[in-house]
Design a protein around this ligand. Structure first.
Ligand code: 2HA
Ligand code: ZN
Length: 275
């Protein structure tokens, strides 16, 4: 089968277009990667070419050795992905040490995988282990309201988690582990990849201050839905804070404990502090 006919490629392309429609991907902002299943790569093997040179990833991900990933291209615009997937996304194969990659499909007019490849792959490695292989999608977006909050809330996991949870009742059920926060750092390199993947051991969501958000999930629907839920909660909070600086009423710690019981989720007590 041609890669473009494969369901995982179609799902990936749809997610790029959904993110663009949400307004999260100005210019070349944001990037997406998918850890391809063995049977999926077999189904398109005839469409792959294994003659491109190996290149350094810039970090080491031994637990992902020899795996294949579908990723957006560096400098490519999300809005162009549905118009011409083969020119804007690519499949990379990792070498047997997890230190190098080569392009085996896509980016037909030249280019490289996303500039955030180190963060994507280090997150994939952490989440593959933590989820017993279930997590396959890492998504980075420039969500407007969440970025706005990084200028006015303390850059602490417990503050972002609690404020987002309070903003919509579904939030603690959708991301019960909470969200982690990375202080402002230069993007694109190993240092921010290390800081982000450390948080991803504990959370499925990592905030990059004054930049955007990383989400991890099992499939495209779950991961897009997670990004959407976090950003919607951020939008509600931005509106609340814009109306007046304090809330007249909110969901209290005891409310979260009741929710946890009824919805059978574990909400860590560290986020249920008294204000
Ligand atoms: O691809 O979003 O973080 C552009 C970015 C870098
Ligand atoms: Zn970015």
């Amino acid at each position: 089968m041609k890669a473009l006919e494969a369901e995982f490629v179609k799902g990936f392309v749809r997610m790029c277009s959904d993110g663009w429609e949400q307004g999260w991907h100005e210019r070349n902002g944001g990037n997406l990667s998918y850890r391809i299943k063995e049977e999926e790569i077999q189904s398109i093997k005839k469409d792959l070419k294994f003659d491109a040179p190996w290149q350094e990833i810039g970090t080491s991900v031994p637990q992902l050795a020899k795996e294949f990933f579908l990723v957006t291209g560096s400098g490519k615009f999300m809005r162009n992905v549905p118009l011409d997937p083969e020119a804007n996304i690519c499949i990379v194969e990792l070498d047997d040490k997890g230190e190098k990659f080569r392009i085996v499909w896509g980016l037909v007019n030249g280019g490289r995988p996303t500039s955030e490849l180190p963060t994507h792959l280090m997150n994939h490695e952490v989440k593959k282990i933590a989820s017993g292989g279930k997590h396959r999608v890492i998504y980075h977006a420039h969500c407007t309201n969440l970025i706005a909050l990084t200028f006015v809330l303390p850059l602490k996991d417990e503050v972002f988690t609690r404020e987002l949870w309070e903003s919509a009742t579904e939030c603690p059920v959708v991301f019960p582990a909470g969200v982690g926060v990375v202080e402002w750092m230069v993007p694109g390199g190993k240092d921010i990849a290390v800081a982000t993947s450390r948080l991803m051991k504990k959370y499925d969501v990592a905030v990059w201050a004054h930049h955007g958000l990383f989400c991890s999930g099992e499939d495209f629907d779950i991961t897009f839905g997670l990004m959407h839920t976090v950003e919607k909660a951020a939008e509600i909070l931005v509106k609340v804070l814009s109306i007046r600086p304090d809330k007249l009423q909110t969901i209290e710690p005891e409310g979260f404990r009741q929710l946890a019981r009824d919805f059978k989720v574990t909400l860590p007590e560290e986020f249920l502090y008294n204000k």
